[in-house]
Design a protein around this ligand. Structure first.
Ligand SMILES: Cc1cc2nc3c(=O)[nH]c(=O)nc-3n(C[C@H](O)[C@H](O)[C@H](O)COP(=O)(O)OP(=O)(O)OC[C@H]3O[C@@H](n4cnc5c(N)ncnc54)[C@H](O)[C@@H]3O)c2cc1C
Length: 280
């Protein structure tokens, strides 16, 4: 896993083959991918790749699978614009360009031995899944693990089968909520914003780290709730959502004061960024 492959150029994509495409929700698909040269991706949970298709452009996409799961990797992709709409038309056997992995991963040594609150919203479950799988595969390295996930609606809940397995597993405490459950959808879970799941939590702040991945409105509200519960800023980790172009600290599209979100992040400890203008 630490054998990060030596890439020819930061700017030159490697060819990767799609092995399988699965529908996650009406707007999101999961792509199972491998490099055609057989080399492992060499990522850690929390990192992203720059995915490209000739004629359609390039976009950062988080790796949704753990490096502990072998040489193939997975990408959960929401259809929003040029590249992602073109990706949704692809199937097994088609190829993609991949640069990376890039970005600062979750600080796994810092998480070792800690109780974890893994809190994600919407598409944020994709990168969080990489960390959850890693925790599943290294069961002795972490304390109690609570998974909190909020989706827009039951239909837009990602990784439903895995969420059900995590809910059933003794390894995890897993709580789900949806913003709303329109009539007709079969759903027995809780309805409300993800922030409503935090006040009932019990945790020891000195031995707990919260990891948050989701859209800005979600992580701002979750951070406020966690601080209200007494969790200090150096125990809150957030993966920031930013527009990025190059992914390697050159173009400057993702800067936050002196930091490049693509290289210094996207994963930050809250105490590193909370006083920077425009960070949150
Ligand atoms: C570190 C990181 C990790 C990420 N991980 C993931 C992930 O795992 N999965 C995922 O799905 N996304 C992820 N994203 C987000 C993804 O990179 C963006 O959604 C990206 O812009 C998609 O590229 P695109 O070419 O499909 O969209 P673009 O064409 O760039 O469009 C992006 C947005 O702009 C709007 N838009 C496009 N064209 C126009 C126009 N002409 N007028 C008005 N609005 C327009 C689109 O509706 C869309 O909302 C991540 C982003 C970052 C920074």
């Amino acid at each position: 896993m630490s054998d990060v492959p030596c890439h020819k150029s930061l700017y030159l994509p490697s060819e990767c083959e799609i092995i399988a495409v699965t529908d996650l929700t009406p707007g999101e698909k999961l792509f199972r991918v491998r490099r055609t040269d057989g080399a492992p991706l060499g990522h850690l949970p929390g990192q992203f790749v720059q995915v490209s298709l000739l004629g359609w452009g390039e976009a950062p996409i988080s790796v949704a699978s753990s490096p502990t799961r072998g040489g193939v990797f997975e990408l959960g992709v929401r259809r929003v614009g040029s590249l992602t709409c073109a990706m949704h038309l692809l199937s097994a056997g088609d190829t993609l360009g991949i640069r990376g992995p890039f970005g600062r991963p979750f600080d796994l040594p810092r998480l070792h031995g800690q109780d974890l609150l893994l809190i994600s919203g919407g598409c944020g479950l994709a990168p969080m899944r990489s960390l959850i799988q890693y925790c599943e595969d290294r069961p002795n390295e972490f304390g109690r693990i609570s998974i909190l996930y909020g989706a827009k609606s039951p239909a837009y809940t990602l990784f439903k089968d895995e969420l059900a397995a995590w809910e059933a597993s003794a390894r995890f405490a897993c709580t789900l909520t949806v913003d709303s459950s329109p009539g007709g959808e079969c759903y027995g879970g809780s309805v409300g914003l993800i922030t409503s799941l935090i006040p009932p939590l019990t945790f020891v702040p000195d031995n707990t780290v919260a990891v948050i991945v989701g859209p800005p409105a979600m992580y701002r509200a979750v951070i406020a709730e966690l601080k209200r519960k007494g969790l200090p800023s150096d125990r809150i980790v957030v993966s920031l959502e930013r527009q990025m172009r190059c992914g390697v600290g050159k173009c400057g599209h993702c800067t936050i004061e002196h930091l490049y979100c693509c290289q210094d992040g996207p994963v930050f400890r809250l105490d590193e960024i909370e006083n920077l203008r425009g960070a949150l």
